[in-house]
Design a protein around this ligand. Sequence first.
Ligand code: CP
Length: 305
Amino acid sequence: MKLQHVIYSQQFSVPDLMELFTRTRLMQKTVQRGGSRDYDDKIMATLFYKPSTRTRFSFEAAMYRLGGKVLSTESATSFSSVVEGEQLEDTIRIIGDYCDVIVLRHNEEGGAQRAADVSPVPIINAGDGSGGQHPTQALLDLYTIYNECGTLDGISVALLGALDTGRTVRSLAYLLSKFERVKLYFLAPSELQIKQDIIDHLREHNVWFHLNSDPEEVLPHVDVVYQTRIDRERLASKDLSASQYNINPAMLKRMKPNALVLHPLPRSVEIDPAVDLDPRAAYFRQSRNGLYVRMALLTMLFDSE
Ligand code: CP
């Protein structure tokens, strides 16, 4: 596969995804062997305008495990020339001359595409704005489902939380829509429901979906429960702490014995820590897969050069 930038999840075809997953399994073995030196001539820059734990650390670990090097700044909005009013395009042109790939989390929707339009090196979208996309999170989410369920065709997935601004849900919905007989349930209060562009996409691709369903009714019947984080700023005005949308041991009891509970993390109130010990709680395995998937993605980009 020839990969230039990673901006939107829908840019990946099913054969691309299968190639990524094959490479991901190899990367897991590579890490178990202590890493490789295969990409020791490569430099990756991480440029984050918004905070991150998993995405930034796993990308940086991925580059080190591949033998490469990392350039970074603590917080691009405070410790780069953004403070002086430098435009994203100029920052990207400059950093692109110093490295082989840029991993960018930008605070504006469309930031990653703007960067890709001027960048001399590949841009990886590590999340853009509120309501943009987070394609590498969706790739690791999809890999986790594939790895644990053994298939993506025919699976039923309930997606819960603040779906309107949920970058991960948006990117994952695009990816799941590529597989056969998938069923998607979007469970959220109406003011936080998934946006029209995703609904239009699902209709256009004849994907079965349902909005505004009752979690009590849906969760016992699905293969995957994908819970999403609630941004604290919105909790005050739009209360999602109501137990109807939270996963707790009582809700877990009603789920299928082999269901998966996923969450991109970080979580707040939406998954009770008491759920963590249940083998169906797959969110820490999911975040671990982020390292392997991101290693695989970097190799695909470097091997496309
Ligand atoms: N899932 C995710 O994007 O986490 P971070 O914000 O910690 O990178």
